[in-house]
Each structure stands twice: as C-alpha cells, then as structure tokens.
Design a protein around this ligand. Structure first.
Ligand code: PEP
Ligand code: MG
Length: 588
C-alpha cells in the first residue's frame, strides 16, 4: 500500500481500454456505501477535523445504544445483540486511531478520511474466504453509513462534489454510470473490474475518454485528490508523478495529437485500398448524443446502433412514438448514409428489459438479444414499427442480435412482414425494401452462415461476442482477458466461413465488434474480405487512413498465410507487420 504522507511516484498496471492521456487529481469511488465529498484541509484545521470525527462517532454510538434499548423493549436479547456488536465496532481503538492519523497525514476532511479507512477495512474483509466474516461487511457498511450521516449537520458547505476535472477511479462502473458521467469533468477513468470489450469500455472509447480496466486490487490503496496520470495506451495509472514523468507524458500527448490531426485532415476522403477495393467505414453508436461526433468523424453511416441503450434512465423500453422520433432523428441526420438499427440486445452485461425474478446464473448464455424480443412480441412489434416508420425519413436497415438458429431469423422476419402489412393498411409510409440483416456473433450462426445467408440482406460480425463464445472466455472478466484473443485461429476460421457464405449468396459482410476499430488488425479484416468496418466514432478516421494505405491483394495474401497459422500471436504479428509497414505512425 502506498503511504500517502510519502507521496512517491507509484505505478499501477491495468488493461488499456480506451486510448488517450489524462493528467488530473483522482476521485475515488470504492465499493459499498457512498463516498462523501472530499477536500483538502490546512495543517491548522487538523485538530478541528479530528474533533468533528469524535463528535460524529459519539453521536452514532448514542443512537445505536438508543436503538438497542428500543429493540429490547419490543423483542428479546437476540435481536438487540446486533446493535451491541455495532457499538463494539465503533469502539475498536485501532479503527479510531487510524481515522485520526489519516486526517493528519492525508490532510483531508474528516468524513473522507473516515470513509477511506473504512473502505480499506471493508475491502480487506471482503477478501476473507470465511462466509460469516464476509457477511459482517454489510453490517459494518451500515454503521459506517450511519456515522457519515452524523457528519452532515456540520458539513462544510464550501465543498461540493468533485467540481474540478478529475480521473475517476472505481471498483466497477456499469455502462449506465459511464454513459451518464460528466464528460466535462471526468478526464479519464480506471476500474478494478471489467475488460476491453465490456460495454463500459466501449462507451469510454465512443466518448473519447481515456480508460483503464482490470486494475486488480488497486483501488483500495488510492487516495482521493492524489495527482495522477492515466495512460490509456499502455494501461498505466501513475500516482504522484515526478516532474520528469509529467513532462514525458505531456510530450507524448502532444505527439499523439499531432498524428490525430494529420489523420483527421483526410477523414472525408474515399475509403478504398490503393488497388481500388472500396470499404465502408461506419460508426457504432449507443446514444443520439454521439451523433455530432459521428458526423465530424467522416463515418459513412451508422453500422450498429445499440438501441438497448434507450433503457438508460427508464424502467422499460420507451414506446413506439418515442422510438420512432429517436430513430428518425438518427436517420435524418445521417442521411444519405445508411443507419443499421439493431433491435434490443438487453441482458448480458447490459440492463435487462424487465426486472428478473432471480439473477441469471450465466447472463451471457441467457436471456438476451433476439431471444427476449421473440418472447415479448408486443415490445418487439413496437420496435419494428418504429424502425419501419423511420425508414421513410432516411436510409435505414434493421438487424437482429444474438442469432443462434435459422428459426430466429425467420420469426424476426415474420414480425417485419407483419408490421409492414399493418403500416400499409394504416397508410403510414415506410421503405418496403428495408434491408434485414443479422449479427453473426454466436459460433452456431457462423457455422451455419450458409443456411442463413439466403434469408437475409447482410451479415454484421459481432466479434466481441463471437470471440467470447468461441474461446469460452467472458468478455468482461479480467481474469480470463488473456484468453480472449481476437486473432485466435478458431475466430479467424469463423469469420472467413461467414464472409465466404455471404459472398456465395451475393450479400455483404461487415464487422462491428471492437476488433474492427483496432488498426493493427485492419490488414487482416480487409484480407478476409470484410466490406464494411463499423467502429467507435473516435476510430473512424484512423481506420479510414489504414484502409487508404493498404492494398487488398497484399492483405489477401497475408490473411491466407494467417489462416494457416496455429497461434493467435503469430496471426497478430502477421497483420501488424503489414500495418507497421504501411502506417507505422498509427501504431506507436
Ligand atoms: C459484438 O458482440 O461484437 C457487438 C458488436 O455487439 P455488442 O458489443 O453490443 O454485444
Ligand atoms: Mg454482441
């Protein structure tokens, strides 16, 4: 653990999840009870803050004793014993002394010093394998929360939340936390949990916020307000950087900026290889707020609109009218380019469409994607009607996620036909040639791509899921992140098989997983025959630059070679070698 009074440069290593560099003080949100505001205090205020802690402590003990008395009157000794144990926790001298010492050494307000000490304590308890002791953490959290409330009466109102720019550090962040974070203030974030393909990381890249995930066991050691550098390229979080480190990172930031503006300058140019093979570079979006960014990026359409993000901030999927208005806005703003609207893919690591009566044992193998839509025809119908109506406003396609059987494709299409019929009768305009595509992201679908291809207008390979299901490594679990390899030979074979089945049937294949935005892999994906790459808005200009620097013939020869390679590392190196030769400036 770092000793905050020493303030020596300390480097924590995680997994790089979103590129970029952030330099700012930390704001820490640990697990469990909520963090109070944090602010620095002067040396002369230390004693006053220590007194504030003692007063809050005594008040909490008094309340607990009172509660105990009331409960004794109502029931028996057994129940009231809980509060006795709580009072004992607060009388633990080592805890009290640690808080007093933390106020002095960290020079932070009493609430925050107490919170930080408790978090350390709680985190240590959570790591104990004994289930009884682990359960006691909930009790301790309760007491801690009560004590924090007892501070509030005399809290210093000069200090609100973190009102300055900061790097957010948390045990974990849900995709909804990331989507709603204040992007003006959060310059970067780091979490203990998560991995590169979690939706939290995808959103970070979409918003251009540098991020690190999988900082295992590190948050416990972090002190709020500690000056820090977050390096989203290598996954390093550096606390108390020296002047020399700061200077190095400022220079690196400037260099990256220089390459970015060079690449951005050509973003409107056509994206075809040197030998004339055209590829569409489109953008993945989650929320309409990303549209200005997408339009500036030079993307030739939206290749994946993750509509399940409509569930953010509402208990249920919005009605047909709201969806129609939202999709129409995207279609109109992106016109004349195509917008591929994916039907709900709730579940997995994203919000469920409805509260589940009990948690699913394996959410990624459970109720998500087309499975939910087919089981909820009223909801599915509203979404399809909304998509169809929006197709009268711009170029729109619909796409089904998590297809694992041909029957799902057929049932999905039946709903499209039924809704077309209804709208026809109601005299409501729509595109009667609306393209219908499917995501190929389950190995079963890739293996049966030749059966599916004749039934649809396009494929979009969702490599995020395809990889996780092929190599049986959870995309959000940092413990298996090492096994999650986009260039695994099995993944390559599935991609190749899918693209071949599509071209045999005269339909096109795009790739919309995160792999599509990784410029180290652009030569491989072009060589395998992808015709569209749909990537995070921040990656559009980089991928466009990569395409314009490559020749299709060269990529195809390389990927033929890659398909014969037995190891993921070897495949990666083959693709990188070509990438480095043609656009090394993007890789360093
Ligand atoms: C994928 O699985 O690759 C994909 C694009 O879909 P999502 O990340 O939303 O699951
Ligand atoms: Mg997916």
């Amino acid at each position: 653990m770092d000793d905050p009074s020493e303030k020596i440069e300390t480097v924590y290593e995680g997994i790089p999840a979103s590129p970029g560099i952030a330099i700012a003080p930390l704001h820490v949100i640990a697990r469990g009870f909520s963090a109070p505001d944090v602010y620095e205090i002067a040396e002369a205020e230390v004693e006053h803050e220590q007194d504030r802690f003692r007063v809050a402590l005594e008040a909490t003990k008094r309340q607990l004793v009172e509660l105990q008395g009331r409960l004794e009157d109502l029931s028996g000794d057994n129940e009231s014993g809980i509060f006795e144990a709580h009072v004992m926790m607060l009388e633990d001298r080592s805890l009290v002394e640690r808080v007093l010492a933390a106020i002095a050494s960290r020079q932070q307000n009493a609430e925050y010093a107490f919170y930080a000490v408790m978090q350390n304590f709680l985190e240590a308890m959570r790591r104990i394998p004994d289930p009884y002791l682990r359960e006691r953490t909930a009790d301790l959290e309760d007491v801690a929360q009560r004590l924090l409330r007892n501070f509030s009466a005399d809290a210093d109102s000069r200090h609100g939340g973190p009102d300055g720019r900061h790097i957010l550090v948390a045990y974990d962040l849900a995709p909804s936390d990331t989507a709603s974070m204040n992007r003006g203030l959060v310059l970067g974030f780091a979490t203990e949990q998560g991995s590169v393909n979690s939706h939290t990381a995808i959103l970070a890249r979409a918003f251009g916020v540098p991020a690190i995930v999988g900082l295992e066991g590190a948050v416990i050691d972090m002190t709020a307000l500690a000056p820090a550098i977050l390096d989203g390229y290598t996954g390093k979080l550096i606390l108390y950087p020296t002047e020399e480190t700061l200077a190095r990172y400022r220079q690196l930031g400037d260099e990256k900026e220089r390459v970015r503006s060079l690449v951005d300058a050509k973003r409107a140019d056509a994206t075809e290889t040197i030998d004339g093979r055209p590829l569409t570079v489109s953008a993945n979006i989650e929320v309409v707020e990303e549209l200005p960014l997408v339009k500036r990026s030079g993307a030739k359409g939206v290749g994946l609109y993750r509509t399940e993000f409509l569930l953010l901030g509402s208990e249920e999927i919005p009605d047909e009218k709201f969806q129609f208005e939202t999709y129409s806005r995207v279609a109109t703003e992106m016109s004349p380019h195509m917008v591929i609207i994916r039907t709900l893919d709730a579940g997995g690591d994203k919000l469920p469409v409805e509260p589940l009566t009990e948690p699913e044992p394996n959410p990624f193998l459970g109720w998500r994607g087309i499975r939910v839509s087919l089981a909820r025809p009223t909801m599915f119908r509203e979404q399809i009607r909304a998509v169809l109506r929006a197709s009268a406003k711009g170029k729109v396609a619909v796409m089904f996620p998590m297809i694992s059987a041909l029957s799902e494709v057929r049932r999905g299409k039946e709903m499209v036909l039924r809704c077309m019929d209804e709208l026809d009768k109601e005299g409501i305009p729509f595109d009667s040639n609306l393209p219908v595509g499917v995501m190929i992201e389950v190995p079963a679908a890739a293996l049966c791509a030749d059966f599916i291809a004749p039934e649809v207008d396009f494929f979009s390979i969702g490599t995020n899921d395809l990889i996780q299901y092929t190599v049986a490594a959870d995309r959000v679990n940092p413990h298996v992140a090492d096994l999650y390899r986009p260039t695994h030979p099995a993944v390559l074979r599935l991609i190749k098989r899918t693209i071949d089945a599509a071209s045999d049937n005269g339909i096109w294949t795009g790739i919309c997983g995160e792999m599509a935005g990784d410029v180290r892999l652009t030569p491989l994906l072009i060589g395998l025959g992808a015709e569209e790459l749909s990537v995070g808005p921040q990656q559009v200009s980089r991928v466009g630059h990569a395409i314009r620097s490559l020749s299709y013939a060269e990529c195809a020869a390389m990927s033929d070679e890659a398909l014969k390679h037995p190891r993921s590392q070897g495949v990666l190196e083959l693709s990188m070698e070509l990438a480095r030769k043609r656009y090394g400036e993007l890789l360093d």
